[in-house]
Design a protein around this ligand. Structure first.
Ligand SMILES: Cc1ncc(C[n+]2csc(CCOP(=O)(O)OP(=O)(O)O)c2C)c(N)n1
Ligand SMILES: [Mg+2]
Length: 347
């Protein structure tokens, strides 16, 4: 079951490998949840430049999909992507520092919430342009194919993104050239405030795969192991050279599209709908599933460890310096000509 997963089993010394995998999944889901809860607090206190899109409620599919990958596989995220690098194994300190725009962040503080690339774990990047990760993932997969290595690329995108032209171009090219890519649609039911059934002709995004001769499946995104199994199968297929798969995870975000008061009084979804999804919370469901194989005390210990890790990440981010002003002009394709107003008039 865990052959595809790479993690430090020595941490869980006496336990079987399967238990180690389950605990690591639980740990990463907890990290995704608590990371975003911390980001919400930072946002509310005015500490985050720009916006923040949280994936609280979607942790099952985020972690289940990422953990079906090998450490050297690639992953591409989107605008709602704090959790994706965490699921892929990135350390939370440099991610949190990036959120606060600090020089110790994964991108030296220049990317922020929607650009948490971390190449050290194969997290190739994220973008606020909806759907733009799809061609990036196809490019990475083409690169693997041309280099003759067996790395697979996993691409997360939303139900809204599936209505972009990018989606169809990416699906077509990946199918035509049998590229090693797994498309993971996080169908959380909404694009901002528009329900999927008012934006898409078909209820299931996965049905579109048939148009490209590509296999597809629908999974319960609140069930981490169900997602893990489906993506493991898709990854194996891609690694064999048999081409892409589209996996659609039905899921839900508890928060509004992004943080801030803008959506507070909007009625695009009901309280009852939100409450019903919370009854199927991915962390609670996973805890129930683990009940027979992992001691409750171990899970509680894990929750406490995650809490400490997030507190340490916040401390690290807070203590880190902002980038030096001259850093604004590094890592660019071209050095810009800078005209400073005062200097210009002084001649
Ligand atoms: C090309 C483009 N069009 C529109 C937007 C504005 N926008 C940002 S997120 C979003 C909704 C995306 O919905 P979905 O793909 O379902 O992802 P989710 O936010 O639900 O995770 C929109 C329309 C954008 N950023 N880029
Ligand atoms: Mg959506």
């Amino acid at each position: 079951m865990c052959a595809a997963v790479n993690f430090d089993i020595s941490v869980w010394g006496g336990m079987s490998v399967d238990q180690s995998l389950l605990l690591e999944m639980y740990r990463r889901m907890g990290l995704v949840r608590q990371f975003d809860e911390a980001v919400q607090k930072l946002f509310n206190s005015g500490r985050i430049p720009g916006s923040a899109h949280l994936s609280i409620g979607q942790e099952g599919e985020v972690v289940g999909a990422c953990m079906a990958l090998r450490e050297d596989d690639y992953m591409v995220g989107n605008h709602r992507s704090h959790g994706h690098p965490i699921g892929k194994g990135a350390g939370v300190n440099a991610l949190m520092a990036e959120i606060l725009g600090k020089s110790t962040g994964v991108n030296q503080g220049k990317g922020g919430s929607m650009h948490l690339a971390d190449f050290s774990v194969g997290s190739l990047g994220e973008s606020s342009i909806v759907g733009s990760g799809l061609p990036v993932a196809v490019g990475a997969a083409l690169g693997s194919q041309m280099q003759g290595n067996d790395r697979v690329t996993l691409c997360f995108f939303g139900d809204g993104a599936s209505n972009q032209g990018y989606f169809h171009e990416a699906m077509n090219m990946a199918a035509l050239w049998k590229l090693p890519v797994v498309f993971l649609c996080e169908n959380n039911g909404y694009g901002v405030t528009t329900p999927n059934n008012r934006a898409a002709a078909l209820e299931d995004i996965s049905a579109r795969a048939a148009g490209y001769g590509t296999p597809s499946s629908i999974v319960d995104g609140q069930q981490c192991l169900e997602v893990y199994d489906a993506v493991t199968e898709a990854v194996e297929r891609a690694r064999r050279g048999d081409g892409p798969t589209l996996v659609e995870a039905k899921t839900y975000r508890y928060h509004h599209h992004s943080e801030g008061p803008l959506y507070d009084n909007m009625t695009y979804r009901s309280d009852e709908e939100l409450a019903a999804w919370k009854l199927r919370d991915p962390l609670l469901l996973f805890r129930e599933q683990l009940a027979d194989s992992v001691a409750v005390a171990d899970l509680d210990r894990m929750d406490e460890q995650v809490k400490q890790d997030i507190a340490a990440a916040l401390e690290f981010a807070e203590q880190s310096p902002l980038p030096e002003p001259e850093e604004a002009y590094t890592h660019l394709y071209r050095t810009p000509v800078v005209v400073i107003e005062g200097e210009l008039s002084n001649g």
